[in-house]
Design a binder for this molecule. Structure first.
Ligand SMILES: [Zn+2]
Length: 88
């Protein structure tokens, strides 16, 4: 199972590419310290591109929900489901 983390400067492009290649995937978006939001790829939250900022908020992406939940547990992040795209 592959998990990809996108964080820091110059990763926006990589993240956008991953989204294009994984239209049925899921990703975590950092919300605050120790808090992440789970989204489906294609969620309108990312629609206009303003959320694609891996410097401000890191992303963790995977084709499936479970490894992302495990990632959040392992790294002590509170995980919330986006109520717009309802990922799980
Ligand atoms: Zn969402």
């Amino acid at each position: 199972m592959t998990i990809k983390k996108f964080a820091g400067a110059d990763r926006d492009q990589d993240f956008c590419q991953w989204l294009e290649e994984n239209p049925d995937g899921f990703y975590l978006n950092e919300r605050a310290k120790h808090s992440v939001m789970l989204h489906r790829v294609g969620c309108w939250h990312l629609g206009d591109g303003s959320e694609v900022n891996t410097t401000k908020n890191f992303k963790v992406a995977s084709q499936e929900v479970e490894p992302l939940q495990q990632w959040a547990n392992l790294h002590d992040f509170q995980l919330e489901n986006c109520c717009t795209c309802n990922p799980s």
